[in-house]
Design a binder for this molecule. Sequence first.
Ligand code: GCW
Length: 687
Amino acid sequence: MGNNGYAAWLRYDEVTGTELAAQYAEWTKEIVIPSGVPIEGVLKTAVMELSRGVRSLLETAPSVTHESSQERFIVLDVLGGETWVDKVMGDVSVISDEGYILKTVREGEREYIVAAGLTEKGVLYAAFHLLRLMQSGASLDQLDLVESPKYSLRMINHWDNIDGSVERGYSGRSIFYENNKVLSDAERIRDYARLMASVGINGIAINNVNVHREETFLITEKLLPDVARIAEVFGEYGIKLFLSVNYAGTIEIGGLETADPLDERVRAWWKDKAAEVYRYIPDFGGFLVKADSENRPGPFTYGRDHADGANMLAEALEPYGGLVLWRCFVYNCHQDWRDRSTDRARAAFDHFKPLDGRFKDNVILQIKNGPMDFQVREPVSPLFGAMEHTNQMMEFQIAQEYTGQQRDVCFLIPQWKEVLNFDTHVKGAGSTVKEIAAGQVHAYTHSGITAVSNIGNDENWTGHHLAQANLYGYGRLVWNPELTSEEIAREWAAQTFGSNEKVQDFSVNFLLQSWSIYENYTAPLGVGWMVTPHYHYGPDIDGYEYSKWGTYHFADHKGIGVDRTIATGTGYTGQYMKTNAEIYDSLDSCPDELLLFFHHVPYTHQLKSGKTIIQHIYDTHFAGVEQVEYWISRWLELEGLVDEDRFHHVAGRMNKQLENAKQWRDIVNTYFFRKSGIPDAQNRVIY
Ligand code: GCW
């Protein structure tokens, strides 16, 4: 196996020679598909993947057959038919549509492992689970697992442009396009589909939500044949393809002078478009839309609202079962910094909450996890769960736009878990985001989770080898949000770096601390931003302070933070249910880590930790750099235990992270020392 990271967590390094390997070899001599079950479609993929994995792990090829000839074998089956496996398994109502059973069965002389689901997809996920077990050294002798995904939509969004660039991409160029053409090499796309299916992803939008001129043609016959080829590859892995569309398509390419959603000609054009798309891609997932957001067109131009806009597209897709994923990232990006009454954090709730109940059933509102924009620390968007009669889904960002851009390590699973575990109280205690996104608080017809991809055509997909953990972890988390961050990190490390305990412990412990380390040396206490404008890497404390983007920290010589309280601030806290509104509104109960998001306080204000704001800023910034230094020294101890390629690559990136951390530390500390005039209690070097 090459060590360039291309195989990511599907390395299947040889495990021969051990007792476990002997056990695996026994089980995997034969893959049985009960007779009567045709080996085609996604089931065929499952058989192929299992064979491929076994071949690589054990250097032997299993035989694939309808009738078993061995005493031990693996049987793959789509349940609900009339095979002998159905009879053995009996009542399978415990699994959901895409779930599966993995069970070791003993029957007189013969023993077998059932890997079965109600759908072909379920079987594919079962096959990948088996391979995961073998890759991480687990016994197969006593399996008794039932797995069902928590979310029905488990999606990825690409911000890839057809010229081959990737908006906020930190891992090279697009794997789908180059030079205004869809790439013809399906191999890389297939390998990507394998990675995604192995963690349960079932929907991928392949182009940027900012749909520029050329991408507008993705839904025309000019490009649909090419898109259909990608859809076919995805289809083999149970993944539906989605496209981002240009809201002004009727104007850009439709020959109309309007995109008014209530205009009959506009509606007819989209209906024709939908029909055309489904002619090429029968299992097409639907449209993803960024409208009236960051200068993109939308229904506001015509005096219409977002329900009008979304429903128009939904009507067109409805006959085919297609979905409209309508983004709620709608705010005024031409704000005057002098205007203290406008608060960007309020925007999504203010725009969408009044529209509750007006959206069609095949529309899902796609809401970013926080009210601003994927900062290292933000509260949870108050819009989540606030619309009882409107489907919602969560949007995370795996790409580390504001969290180190895949040069710095920032394992985001702990952050996402905090978001999912947040109790909105919309239907009393226990109304967590986790349950809302599953449609289990309000009875949504569609719901789930999506995230912006962090991959590109870099050999190792994600730029930094360790950034693969975010991609892997995202999939695992949206399959089962009860997994702990540690479990996910450990699974990933075992499959990616093998069984060496020292390497595993490094990976797990560093990953688990990395979010907090990154937060330590960047913007403090939830205030966010302070990044180099446009580029978003590295510090520029006032970079956005006098800009039009609505992202301010209001630091002066006395204090810092944004007053978002009801009594004296922007009133944003009032968008939360009472319990949370009260917690955030009061200086006493507002959690430290979000204090500057909700309050403007003097530098001498004492945190619950006992420190003043200013001392907290100094301490965390010195600590952040020391932590990076510490983890570099730990990584260097692994020389010889990790292959050279990956060892040097990671060491190189970690040195870059250290430079970045120092830059942040010194600029932040110097800035606040000069503003406040308050010295560091420990007298460390500040410039
Ligand atoms: O965070 C901002 C990014 C933009 C992005 C936008 C969005 C795709 O800086 O690059 O555009 O969010 O989510 O639409």
